[in-house]
Design a protein around this ligand. Structure first.
Ligand SMILES: Nc1ncnc2c1ncn2[C@@H]1O[C@H](COP(=O)(O)OP(=O)(O)O)[C@@H](O)[C@H]1O
Ligand SMILES: [Mg+2]
Length: 438
């Protein structure tokens, strides 16, 4: 068994583990790390190949020597897939923004790793949720966005890939440009000749996995099924992971056009031979639906989208103006400053929470500690480097009664610290800050 590395561990004297994101799946362990060799100390993702046990493979009834042989074979196959995963990703992500870039593959003390780009954003599980239905046109647009990535990975010369685990958790909407990024190629399989191939290691997620994969038959159409099931989830508001029969009876749970019904049915039909065979075919059908939208509806739709757009621009501009007005400089002299979170503070568009922004300029690399004392609300802190990054939430806030303290490591540059309340509570607070070298 390989050990899950603990937070704080350093690898290659360079990568420091700051979080364990996942160790539940069979093949890999996913960590959030910081690359201390890079001048910007960026966050990255580290993948470690996981070892298995006789119990997990259900072969404990065999003699020890047989178990060892099987475990060895299994490990070699995992290692092969892990290498393929990193090489394929490295190729596919090289000049393409919607797959994480791979930086390095290495092994250390018989453990195997690769380092990949960290995508800041939220997964599709926040856009598609149980009980929330998207409209037909929203669902079509979302499917097109996903299929465009799939088309890229399916048509890449010599490195085309079947992902085999497409589901909302494995698609992140990057906050920087609002584009989708496909992650978790842990089960991906290189396809040399397009068409079908027998899989040697099974995986995938209930509800999204194409039925033929369970029989060991994998093809590009298997990924079309998974994307289709994301569409089914979006349009019905029901998660296929929990409703077994959704692929067959989703139509009774949604109110959609005949045309879209037949396209989605063709994506999720049980027989892979009758499905769209690849992303390009599915894209053609979905784009045709958009083209064939009755013209009389178009102007109305356009006008309403335009109005929504204008309102959004006004809201964003006024938020920026308000934000600018209420910007305050944080003086790190250890003295208390008074603050107040009120209804008239700017608020976040998504969750409606009011916030205060503090500016801080850091001359050299140092640690900034910020302490908030408030009887009215429990604060959360997010921080970003101005003009460079998105706000990152700070998790290690220490709490003592009404006293909340967090420490940030800063480089040279200008930062913005955002203070808001965990819930919607508002009120007075005192803020104190100081810097240290460690
Ligand atoms: N490149 C990445 N950028 C940001 N978050 C990631 C990235 N890769 C993985 N994650 C996060 O870690 C979680 C687990 O990683 P994933 O690659 O999906 O492995 P698993 O096979 O365990 O699902 C993801 O659901 C996502 O939240
Ligand atoms: Mg995953």
């Amino acid at each position: 068994m390989n050990n899950i590395l603990s937070i704080g561990t350093r690898l290659r004297d360079r990568y420091k583990i700051i979080d364990v994101l996942s160790h539940q799946t069979a093949f890999g362990i996913t960590y959030k790390i910081v690359d201390s060799h890079h001048p910007n100390k960026p966050t990255r993702i580290l993948k470690q190949l996981k070892k298995t046990t006789a119990a997990k493979l259900d072969i404990e009834y065999l003699s020890t020597s047989k178990q060892e042989i099987i475990l060895k074979q299994y490990w070699l196959e995992c290692l092969r897939l892990f290498r393929i995963e990193s090489q394929t990703l490295a190729k596919l992500g090289e000049n393409y923004q919607q797959i994480p870039t791979i930086f390095e593959y290495f092994d250390e003390q018989d453990e195997y790793f690769y380092v990949q780009e960290y995508i800041e954003g939220l997964s599709l599980t926040t856009e598609i949720r149980q009980g929330k239905r998207l409209s037909e046109s929203q669902t079509i647009s979302l499917l097109i966005e996903i299929l465009e990535i799939l088309e890229y990975v399916q048509t890449y010369p010599n490195y085309s890939v079947i992902h085999r685990d497409i589901k909302p958790e494995n698609i992140i909407r990057r906050s920087a440009d609002n584009k989708l990024v496909l992650i978790d190629f842990g089960l991906a399989k290189e396809v040399t000749v397009s068409g079908t191939k027998i899989g040697s290691i099974k995986g995938g997620t209930k509800g999204y996995i194409a039925p033929e994969i369970l029989l060991g038959r994998v093809s590009f159409a298997s990924d079309i099924y998974s994307v289709g099931m994301i569409g089914v989830f979006a349009i019905t508001g029901e998660d296929p992971a929990y409703t077994a029969t959704l692929a067959e009876n989703w139509q009774s749970k949604a109110n959609v056009s005949q045309e879209f019904t037949s396209v989605l049915n063709k994506m999720v039909c049980e027989s892979y031979k009758q499905r769209f065979q690849n992303a390009t075919e599915a894209l053609v059908a979905l784009r045709n639906l958009l083209k064939n939208t009755p013209h009389s509806q178009l102007p109305l739709k356009l006008i309403s989208q335009l109005i929504v757009g204008i309102v959004l621009v006004i809201v964003v501009i006024s938020t920026i103006i308000i934000t600018k007005k209420t910007d305050t400089t944080l003086i790190a002299d250890g003295k208390e400053q008074e603050g107040q979170l009120t209804q008239s503070d700017p608020k976040e568009l998504i969750n409606g929470k009011h916030y205060d922004i503090y500016n801080f300029t850091s001359g050299k690399q140092k640690y900034l500690t910020v302490e908030i004392v408030s009887k009215n609300f429990n604060p959360t802190f997010t921080i970003r480097k101005v003009n460079e990054d998105n706000f990152i939430s700070v998790k290690n806030i220490s709490t003592k009664e009404n006293n909340f303290t967090a420490t940030f490591m800063l480089e040279n540059g200008q930062y913005e610290l955002k203070i808001k309340s965990i819930n919607m509570a508002l009120g007075n607070y005192a803020i104190k800050a100081w810097v240290t070298d460690k």
